[in-house]
Design a protein around this ligand. Structure first.
Ligand SMILES: [Zn+2]
Ligand SMILES: [Zn+2]
Length: 339
C-alpha cells in the first residue's frame, strides 16, 4: 500500500476533569432539549455559505463549491416544498411500542414527490454549474434516471449498501432524500410537540435511525455548549453528553485528536475547532465541532473540509461512527467534480 504524505500530525488531548456544560446545566435543573428538529428554512442556506467559506484555497475546492450549489438548491426547494404525508396515530403508537424510529430511513414509505423535488433541485444545480464543469454529466445522468432506478439507488443509499451504488451520483440523490426527510421530521415535530422529548443517549438518529455525520457543541439562545449529534439524513440533532463514545456509549478511554500543522513555526495553544472524539474501548470515533471556537461551524460542511483528520485518525486505528451522505467512500470511483 502506498504511504500517504501529510502536512499535518495528530495532537491528542485528554478530557477535562472539570464538569461539562451539560453536567453543570443538569445540576442546575436546566431543561436541555433532547432533540432539535431540522430548521429547513435556514439550515441549507447557512451550509452553502460555510461551504463557500471553506472552499477558498482548499484541496477539495471544486467539490466543496459543487456542494455549495447543491445546498443552495436545497434551500430554494425547501422554501416551496409540498406538504408531505405525516405519520398517523397508529404508526406513532407502533414506534413507541417497539422502540423503532418512527420515520426509519429503511422502512418509511417515501412518497414519489421526493423524486420530482430531487429533479427540480438538480435542474437548478445544472443551471448554476459552469459550462465546462465535469460534474454536469453526472447531474444530467441523475435527472434522467428512470423512477425505478432512482428508487433502487435510494434504497441502497439509505441502507448503507455501496455494492451497486453509483458513487458519483449518490451525494446528489442524497441531497433530495435529505430534503424530503428534513420536511418529514420537521412536520412531524410541529404536529406532535413533545414526541421526542425524553430520550436515552444513543448513537443513531431517534427520528430516522440514520448515523450522525458529526457532533457539535452549540452556543446561542438557550445553549451553552451542549453537544448534539447531527443526523446525516434528516438533519435532526439529538443531545448526548460529551466524553461519551457515540458508538459504545462508554465513558472511559475517551480522547480528543486534532490536526497540528507540521509547518507551524511554534505549537499553538489554541484548541482546534474540529476534533475527533476517539474511544480506546471500541476504537470508534466521531468528530466534535466547537461553535465557541468557530461560530459558523456546520456539522456537514466542516466535516467535509476536515477529511485529513479522518485519514489520520483512521491510520491510527479508529473507525468512524458516522457517515456523510455527501461524500461516500466505496469502490474506485471518486465523487462527481472532485477530479
Ligand atoms: Zn435522522
Ligand atoms: Zn466506544
Amino acid at each position: 500500500m502506498r504511504r500517504r504524505q501529510f502536512f499535518f500530525a495528530l495532537t491528542t488531548t485528554h478530557p477535562p476533569t472539570l464538569p461539562s456544560p451539560e453536567e453543570i446545566a443538569l445540576q442546575a435543573g436546566a431543561d436541555i432539549a433532547a432533540v432539535r428538529a431540522p430548521q429547513a428554512d435556514t439550515l441549507f442556506a447557512e451550509r452553502a455559505l460555510r461551504l463557500r467559506e471553506l472552499a477558498a484555497g482548499h484541496a477539495m475546492r471544486d467539490y466543496l463549491l459543487l456542494l455549495a450549489l447543491v445546498s443552495e438548491a436545497q434551500h430554494e426547494r425547501a422554501r416551496r416544498y409540498p406538504q408531505v404525508r405525516l405519520p398517523d396515530a397508529a404508526q406513532i403508537d407502533a414506534s413507541a411500542a417497539t422502540g423503532q424510529p418512527l420515520l426509519a430511513a429503511t422502512a418509511w414509505p417515501r412518497e414519489p414527490l421526493w423524486r420530482t423535488e430531487l429533479r427540480a433541485l438538480l435542474a437548478q444545480v445544472l443551471q448554476q454549474l459552469p459550462g465546462d464543469s465535469p460534474a454536469r454529466a453526472t447531474v444530467q445522468a441523475v435527472i434522467g434516471l428512470p423512477d425505478q432506478a432512482l428508487e433502487q439507488q435510494a434504497d441502497r443509499l439509505l441502507a448503507g449498501i455501496t455494492l451497486g451504488l453509483g458513487m458519483a451520483a449518490a451525494p446528489l440523490i442524497a441531497a433530495g432524500l435529505q430534503l424530503y426527510w428534513a420536511h418529514l421530521v420537521a412536520g412531524t415535530a410541529s404536529a406532535h410537540p413533545g414526541l421526542w422529548r425524553h430520550l436515552e443517549s444513543r448513537g443513531t438518529c431517534p427520528c430516522c435511525g440514520s448515523l450522525p455525520t458529526s457532533s457539535i457543541r452549540r452556543v446561542g439562545p438557550g445553549m451553552k455548549g451542549q453537544r448534539y449529534l447531527h443526523c446525516t439524513l434528516c438533519q435532526t440533532e439529538w443531545h448526548m453528553v460529551q466524553v461519551m463514545c457515540t458508538h459504545c456509549l462508554g465513558t472511559q478511554g475517551i480522547h480528543y485528536q486534532a490536526l497540528q500543522a507540521l509547518a507551524a513555526a511554534a505549537p499553538t495553544s489554541e484548541r482546534a475547532a474540529v476534533e475527533a472524539e476517539t474511544c480506546d474501548h471500541c476504537h470508534h470515533y466521531l468528530k466534535l465541532l466547537h461553535m465557541e471556537r468557530e461560530p459558523h461551524a456546520d456539522p456537514v460542511a466542516d466535516d467535509l473540509a476536515t477529511l485529513t483528520l479522518d485519514l489520520l485518525v483512521s491510520d491510527a486505528g479508529f473507525t468512524r461512527h458516522g457517515t456523510n451522505l455527501l461524500l461516500l467512500f466505496g469502490d474506485a470511483e471518486a465523487p462527481a467534480g472532485e477530479r
